[in-house]
Design a protein around this ligand. Structure first.
Ligand SMILES: *Cc1c(COP(=O)(O)O)cnc(C)c1O
Length: 429
């Protein structure tokens, strides 16, 4: 296996694109490997410019729950493109999409389409502040809600991977109303609410934190957040950009049986195209312009290409068949990874829910940012490179999830486990 063409393209890209990539997490810096350049993908496999083939567990960072180049989605895109790629005038497919989201996601009565998860979270925060007339928001350490200014405080994902605490370019004044607290610690939330509850517009949370690796909510945690928000008149925002349509047709809120006031969606909802959405109770959503006074807009929002891909995706998912299957597949994979680590004497903590998982190179348990950060990132980097050599692509960071899709067959999982057994032996020395 060689990476001559990928390396050449990367070198050239670095002269034209900052760091050679259009999003920091794609860089291989954290794992000591220059990024692959991908030429082609189908099912659970990606092929790079040099012709190397890998079983892919990144899935474009979450959207591709049905695998790459799903025939129905590709067909929907071709058909839509022939009718014109964008009008900026309403279309039938936008209405169908909105109805589908309302049908699938329990707490959503009205929904607004945007172009990314970042926009979804940023807009939901603005709506929560406008609706409540309050300024403060509570978020949690290690939760990522996109790169809007007010949410870039102790975020996970790329900032965590590269050890960036916050970022230049965001004035202190802008984040002075953002309070970041430890995940899975309801007492910390209560303490803040007791002193400043009347000023808190919203608590925004990833119902399963999936941007510091994967961290599950402890039993009762989300219920407590729900109760606290109701008591203090703050809105509960579930950022379901990863969990939406992944843990269940109705996302984490359906999986855990908890109703947030607002929900942010992204990733899967676009079927691989750039889409985000936010929605919730009619009474709140009606405050969004033009029916209400809280402004939010988008030139390409709800464009027919993205809506066609997304609607086709949701049509398949709403049949519900794949969820038990991918859950079982991921359980098989995780058991294999754990066993590979154990037999090589490598400490590994696997956190998993449904088709979402992460293997932390630490003894665990991993329940928040602090415990996630105890992971041996050098061990992960070595594991990543050893897996890559064996034709398996995991995320180039310890603090990102892996995603099992409907396109992964047991044969692929077993090949992955076999590779992991060898890779873990190298890691274990
Ligand atoms: C990916 C992600 C976002 C940001 O979405 P983009 O489409 O990258 O802007 C926001 N919240 C969560 C939970 C995410 O995983």
């Amino acid at each position: 296996m060689n990476w001559n063409l990928s390396n050449k393209l990367y070198k050239e890209a670095c002269a034209f694109i900052p760091g050679g990539v259009n999003s920091p997490v794609r860089s291989g810096k954290a794992v000591g490997f220059d990024p692959l350049f991908i030429k082609y993908a189908e099912g659970c496999r990606i092929t790079d410019e040099d012709g190397n083939v890998y079983i892919d567990y990144v899935g474009s960072w979450g959207p591709l729950i049905l695998g790459h180049s799903h025939p129905q989605i590709v067909a929907a895109l071709k058909q839509a493109a022939q009718r014109g790629v964008s009008y900026g005038i309403p279309t039938r497919v936008e209405l169908e999409m909105a109805k589908k989201v309302v049908e699938m996601v329990p707490s959503i009565e009205m929904v607004r389409m945007v172009n990314s998860g970042t926009e979804a979270a940023m807009s939901a925060i603005r709506l929560a502040r406008g609706y409540t007339g309050r300024k403060k928001i509570i978020k949690f350490n290690g939760c990522y809600h996109g790169h809007a200014d007010s949410l870039l405080v102790k975020s996970g994902s790329g900032l965590m991977t590269f050890g960036i605490p916050g970022t230049p370019g965001v004035p202190d004044e802008i984040v002075q109303h953002t309070i970041s607290l430890p995940y899975n610690d309801p007492e910390a939330v209560l303490k803040v609410m007791k002193s400043a509850g009347e000023e808190v517009a919203a608590i925004i949370v990833e119902p399963v934190a999936a941007n510091m690796g994967v961290v599950l909510p402890e039993a009762g945690y989300l219920e407590k957040l729900r109760r606290i928000c109701t008591e203090y008149g703050s809105l509960l925002i579930f950022d379901e950009v990863i969990t939406g349509f992944r843990l269940a047709p109705g996302g984490a809120q359906q999986h855990f049986g908890i109703m947030p006031d607002l929900t942010c969606l992204g990733k899967i909802i676009g079927g691989g195209l750039p889409v985000g959405a936010y929605g919730g109770a009619r009474q709140i959503m009606e405050r969004v312009a033009p029916s209400g006074d809280i402004y939010q807009a988008g030139t390409l929002s709800g464009n027919p290409l993205a809506m066609s891909a997304g609607l086709t995706m949701l049509d398949v998912l709403s049949r519900g068949e794949i969820y038990a299957q991918i859950d079982k597949k991921n359980s098989h994979l995780c058991a294999g990874l754990e066993e590979a680590a154990t037999s090589a004497g490598v400490p590994l903590t696997v956190n998993r829910v449904g088709s979402l998982g992460c293997g932390f190179f630490t003894k665990g348990p991993v329940v928040d940012l602090e415990s996630a950060a105890r992971s041996d990132t050098q061990a992960y980097a070595l594991f990543f490179r050893e897996m890559l050599k064996r034709g398996v692509y995991f995320a180039p960071s310890q603090f990102e999830a892996f995603f099992v899709s409907a396109a992964h067959e047991y044969e692929d999982l077993d090949r992955t486990i076999q590779a992991a057994q060898e890779a873990m032996k190298v890691v274990g020395g």
